[in-house]
Design a protein around this ligand. Structure first.
Ligand code: ATP
Ligand code: ZN
Length: 292
């Protein structure tokens, strides 16, 4: 059995059980890291890389990374900002997207930061909330709650709340209206600022490159189509491809097969234009990873 050398083995903090857990593990597995059952223990060794995961509460992740107990961490920007943790943000990851918003009962008609003056505001994010009102020179009373913040106005513990929102349905269900978005968040990959061995630095670079390829792939589609040879110049102008498309002759005289990669955001537009240009049998495939 291979033993882990603590100077080269990379320790990564991941939320133990919550909204980010499965998405983070899926990302790590998507870039080729293999793990035993990650639901059962606190430390999970990677089977094919010198990496181990430390599964902890998300609130603890910035501190563990700041102290160098973990080299990397996957955590919401909201938690990093709340703690004002001294860490390096390597990249945003497009999942766990949410915002910290001020919300109040509709009938209270609170609209601007000034309208909240003198109010009691319940939140699990006292740091971000206080700093928001300080920047706006508004005095409020911030009440820190660890959960179920949205029921605080109904219980008359607070006049308003500052809470994480993604769809807004929890607020609505509690008779609250989202008033001001004070912080936009997504999951981030953070790194310790403590010095790291060359082995760890190399591993981090590898992981980062793979994440980049994985994200590019998630945002791209491989498309294949058939078209008359004479349509190729027109088709080339439609495809905003990374490289020039592959064009192969077909057995049918004058027909070619074209293969290329397009950004997902342009896929439907591109497909309609290709059809108009004479392309037929257009097939779209997901891509697992891309090294560009
Ligand atoms: P833990 O037990 O680890 O402390 P938690 O209850 O604090 O868990 P979760 O509710 O699992 O945390 O949320 C984890 C992260 O998911 C949040 O910090 C935030 O970055 C992100 N997130 C995305 N959408 C939402 C949402 N609608 N409500 C709360 N968090 C969200
Ligand atoms: Zn938490």
């Amino acid at each position: 059995m291979r033993t882990l050398d603590s100077s080269t083995s990379l320790r990564i903090a991941v939320q133990k059980s919550g909204r980010l857990t499965d998405k983070t593990i899926n990302l790590l597995e998507g870039i080729g890291l293999k793990f035993d059952d990650y639901k059962r223990s606190l430390i999970v060794k990677c089977l094919n890389f010198d990496v181990e995961l430390l599964l902890i509460r998300d609130d603890d992740i910035p501190e563990y990374v700041e102290d160098g107990v973990c080299d990397l961490g996957f955590v919401g920007a909201n938690v990093v900002e709340e703690d004002q943790a001294d860490v390096t943000v390597l990249r945003g990851l497009n999942y766990g997207v949410c915002r910290l918003s001020l919300a109040a009962r509709r009938e209270d008609n609170l609209k601007t930061p000034e309208d909240f003056a003198g109010k009691r505001i319940a939140t699990s994010y006292p740091g971000i909330t206080k700093r928001f009102f300080e920047r706006n020179n508004v005095d409020v009373e911030v009440i820190t709650l660890s959960g179920s913040v949205e029921i605080a106005p109904r219980l008359e513990i607070a006049d308003a709340i500052s809470d994480l929102v993604s769809t807004g349905s929890t607020l609505k269900a509690n008779g609250l209206e989202e008033v001001i978005n004070i912080f936009d968040s997504e999951t981030q990959l953070i790194k310790t600022i403590k010095p790291l061995s060359d082995g760890k630095k190399g591993l981090i670079n590898k992981i980062l490159q793979r994440i980049e390829g994985y994200q590019k792939a998630a945002q791209s589609r491989y498309i294949m189509m058939n078209a008359p040879q004479e349509a190729v110049p027109k088709i080339k102008t439609i495809i905003p491809s990374l490289k020039s498309p592959t064009v192969m002759p077909l057995a049918d005289n004058g027909m070619v097969a074209i293969h290329t990669v397009v950004p997902l955001s342009t896929f439907w537009d591109v497909m309609e234009q290709l059809k108009d240009a004479g392309a037929t049998g257009i097939v779209m495939l997901p891509i697992e990873s891309m090294i560009v």
